[in-house]
Write a protein that binds this ligand. Structure first.
Ligand code: NAD
Length: 407
């Protein structure tokens, strides 16, 4: 702790640049490890996760000696020891989102990866050693929920950063209350993807498809509620059905695979139960007729129609490749329905009209709103939620503020 926090920012930056470059050099190996461990398609680990992981270390390396410019007139100081607990959907990327800003600001880290996906965090620890990072600056502790709780509750911890379910997030908020530990929470979501009749339809359908089926739908900001303007509902359903039929489900290591394996038996059971609940409540299930591999955990890409706002599948996070399709008539109705959720992480708007985009963006209660695109990320751009999606931001200057004491 003392060694690292006393280093000049320019020296800390050198370590972070070195780490970023080693990650780039080993990105093929890391992508394969991520896919083997968690089940996500190799084309996603290779083309999305790994480039983003390196980008987060490069970006924060650049900040390490410029923190006084990030907070003009203030004196940023490290907080101390950051306890970081992350989920299984983007194991290495979540580690990078948490570790890079913590180190850039002069903190030390104890990180606990999720119990089903610990391998890339352990490999990352070896990369830190290879980069010459002093011993003890980053510590990786594996284990399940009890280990996470022990870490969060440790009296030597100054800052807690958690990404995971809202349920566990609430427990952590209670545990940390009154301790003086700084806290950021990145929790669940139930994003609205709003499709207007004047949108470029083919482009929008691609956004809807990747918005929900990316990473098997194991994405906190997944566009899991599609709101379609009534006039184009039949056309959208036809395009959705046709596009769904082209998605390839199967071996995550095959570079042509679009949808890989569900991360765990428990997650598969949860998806199945929620979808069955939706059907029992009166929704109609549409599934791709694709063949699923015999062994392992798989769920065919699906969407539900006949969903009403009160159905559980319109309210609760499924965290799987399942889209709930709803309709609206006017922009006002779209806003009202989109905001009718305890969450507030992200949203999408598809329209040709710039004025409509501005109107919706200012009224949607979501931390991130994408317009005519979806699931676009950049380390310069803060990410985080409102309401039950948590508080605090990761990325950008706002993300640095979460790891500094500002004198
Ligand atoms: P989870 O909350 O069960 O687990 C997340 C992590 O917390 C794991 O490492 C787990 O071991 C640990 N944990 C469990 N109980 C704990 C406790 N009592 N104290 C401390 N740590 C504990 O969530 P999950 O099932 O692994 O992940 C899925 C959830 O995460 C979804 O709800 C999803 O929306 C959310 N998520 C949010 C974001 C975001 O950025 N907002 C990103 C990814 C996932």
């Amino acid at each position: 702790d003392l060694v690292w926090s006393k280093l000049p920012g320019s020296e800390r930056g050198k370590y972070l640049y070195r780490i970023a470059r080693i990650i780039q050099e080993k990105s093929r190996e890391l992508a394969i490890l991520e896919t083997l461990d968690g089940g996500k398609p190799i084309k996603e680990s290779r083309d999305f996760d790994l480039p983003m992981v390196a980008a987060h270390f490069f970006y924060h390396a650049g900040w390490a000696d410029k923190l006084s410019y990030a907070f003009p007139g203030r004196t940023p100081r490290p907080l101390g020891v950051a306890a970081q607990v992350i989920p299984w959907n983007f194991p290495l990327l979540m580690a990078a989102w948490k570790i890079a800003p913590a180190l850039a600001c002069g903190n030390t880290v104890v990180l606990k990866p999720a119990e089903t996906t610990s391998l890339t965090a352990l490999r990352l620890a070896e990369i830190f050693q290879e980069a010459g990072l002093p011993d003890g600056v980053v510590n990786i502790v594996t284990g399940a929920g009890a280990t996470g709780a022990a870490l969060v509750n440790h009296p030597g911890v100054d800052k807690v950063a958690f990404t995971g379910s809202t349920e566990v997030g609430k427990k952590i908020a209670q545990a940390v209350a009154g301790t003086g530990k700084k806290l950021t929470l990145e929790l669940g979501g139930k994003a609205a993807n709003i499709l207007f009749e004047d949108a470029p339809l083919d482009q929008a359908i691609e956004g809807v498809i990747s918005g929900i089926y990316f990473n098997q739908g194991h994405v906190c900001c997944a566009g899991s509620r599609l709101f379609v303007q009534e006039s184009i509902y039949p056309a959208v359903l036809k395009k959705l059905r046709d596009r769904l039929a082209t998605l390839r489900v199967g071996n995550p290591l095959d570079k042509n695979t679009d949808i890989g394996a569900i991360n765990s038996r428990a997650q598969l059971d949860k998806i199945r139960a929620l979808v069955q609940g939706g059907v029992d409540e009166g929704a109609t299930l549409h599934q791709s007729a694709c063949a699923l591999p015999g062994r392992g955990y798989w769920f065919a890409p699906s969407y539900l129609t006949g969903v009403t706002m009160s159905h559980r599948v319109a309210q609760e996070e499924i965290f799987g490749p399942v889209l709930s399709v709803l309709t609206f008539r006017t922009p006002e109705e779209a806003i009202e329905r989109a905001n009718n959720t305890p969450y507030g992480l992200s949203a999408g708007v598809w329209t040709d009209k710039g004025s409509k985009i501005f109107k919706l963006v200012s009224k949607l209660r979501a931390g991130v709103v994408w317009a005519n695109t979806y699931n676009k990320f950049d380390p310069t751009s803060p990410f985080g939620g409102y309401q039950e999606s948590g508080f605090g931001r990761e990325g950008g200057v706002q993300g640095l503020a979460a790891y500094c004491r500002l004198g």
